[in-house]
Design a protein around this ligand. Structure first.
Ligand code: DGY
Length: 331
């Protein structure tokens, strides 16, 4: 049995992933895998560089940088990288492509969870819920006051989506029943098919900033979108606008955001993602009442995280068999 085991493709799993994925790997009989057996700390880089030596497959999460150094350490045996995430900014796509490595990722299965959380964060931010519970708990609740803790409502508003994809559409579908007046979006090019499902109008980035009462970031982090939300963009936004980011922290210039929030250039921001993660507790953004910060939990439902785990495992196994993955990133 020992001998038979050793001929199976070797896989390294960089995290104790949710049970569904581990079960699939274990029961496949197709791979022998080693696991960084913790979910509380990521595998240290040095350990990772050791463990990937000579593996055929790698299953990772977004805390691992899959770059030239790592691929060199793994060597030519590495055929498949499967990430348990829809985001792929932690992967050096050029380097992977150069080596003919197939890459799996986990779109679709997290769309509902991310859209739900985005709506929750949007309402939390626009209706000042964190401030409000704090006031209620700490004695700030005097009498009922006419303008105390007032925020902004979705009814009759214009909602802007930066980067219209599966998640942007799912967010708009959920917000529409709140009587949003108009959806607008920008992207590298119009996406009429997606946009028609939510009746969204294509506008320039400039117009998106100017017209949006709520601006939701739904794009991937790429060289083109890096810090696309900067002082130039914030300066065009309405003083009453709400800024929501459930994509990647790197899309935003955080110093400029701090400036916009602290000077009243925009009304408030809700962030599920930051640079770095975790955001140090001493970060100036934490001092602002009009900034709600969550620890990257948009896809964090049991159902979704298990579905992501299972999809990442299945992608990996298919890739190792040389078959098309369920969700493969086109390089
Ligand atoms: C992703 O999948 O990229 C999210 O950021 C975590 O679910």
């Amino acid at each position: 049995a020992q001998r038979e085991m050793s001929t199976l493709p070797r896989v390294y799993v960089t995290r104790q992933i949710p049970p569904e994925g581990l079960k699939i790997l274990r029961e496949s009989g197709q791979v022998q895998f080693e696991l960084w057996d913790s979910d509380d700390v990521p595998v240290p880089r040095k350990e990772l560089l050791e463990k990937v030596k000579g593996v055929d497959g790698l299953l990772c999460v977004l805390t691992e940088k899959i770059d030239a150094e790592l691929l060199e350490a793994a060597g030519p045996s590495l055929k498949v990288v499967s990430t348990m995430s829809v985001g792929f900014d932690h992967l050096s796509l050029e380097e992977l492509k150069k080596r003919g490595i197939h890459v799996g990722y986990t779109p679709d299965v997290l769309t509902d969870a991310v859209a739900e959380l985005t709506v929750a964060l949007l309402l939390t931010t626009s209706r000042r819920l964190i401030e409000a519970t704090h006031e209620a708990k700490t004695g700030g609740w005097g009498t009922w006051r006419t303008l105390w803790l007032c925020g902004y409502e979705l009814a009759n508003s214009t909602v802007g989506i930066l980067g219209l994809g599966r998640i942007g559409v799912a967010i708009a579908e959920r917000l529409a029943p709140f009587k949003v007046k108009k959806f607008i979006y920008t992207d590298v090019a119009p996406r009429p098919e997606l946009a028609s499902t939510i009746n969204a109008e294509y506008v320039s980035l400039d117009q998106l900033a100017k017209q949006s009462d709520f601006l939701a970031l739904c794009c991937a982090l790429t060289p083109e979108t890096k810090e696309i939300c900067n002082k130039d963009l914030f300066s065009k936004m309405k003083k009453t606008s709400i800024f929501i980011n459930t994509s990647r922290g790197g899309v935003v210039n955080q110093e400029d955001l701090y400036e916009a929030l602290s000077t009243g250039q925009i009304a408030a921001a809700g962030l599920d993602v930051t640079v770095p993660e975790p955001l140090p507790t001493s970060h100036p953004l934490f001092t602002l009442k009009n900034c709600v910060i969550l620890p990257h939990i948009a896809s964090a439902s049991y159902t979704t995280r298990n579905a992501m785990s299972a999809l990442a495992a299945n992608n990996l196994l298919l890739g190792l068999r040389g078959e098309p993955m369920i969700k493969e990133l086109k390089l």
